[in-house]
Write a protein that binds this ligand. Structure first.
Ligand SMILES: [Zn+2]
Length: 82
């Protein structure tokens, strides 16, 4: 996954953990897991759990993006397939 920084520079986000199960930063991997949980809640028509999970996920995502100085995430085609 690539990202645009507040400076305008575009970088490739590096792996920052030793997990053998994913590429890229660990916080993005956790974001994908939470997105899957939110989607599952929606499919189960558990709207309250869906909203609660999505709200927490997005708050954490914005926090991590701010922490890293990221203004835009730019998924590659391969990111969309995962
Ligand atoms: Zn990891």
């Amino acid at each position: 996954m690539r990202a645009r920084l507040s400076s305008g520079e575009i970088i490739t986000l590096a792996k920052d953990c030793t997990c053998p199960t994913h590429e890229g930063p660990h916080w993005l991997h956790e974001d994908a897991l939470e997105r899957a949980k939110a989607s599952e809640a929606l499919q189960s028509r558990d709207i309250f759990r869906h909203i609660f999970t999505e709200r927490a996920r997005l708050e954490t995502k914005v926090w991590n993006m701010n922490r890293c100085g990221i203004t835009e995430l730019m998924p590659d085609e391969q990111d969309a397939c995962q």
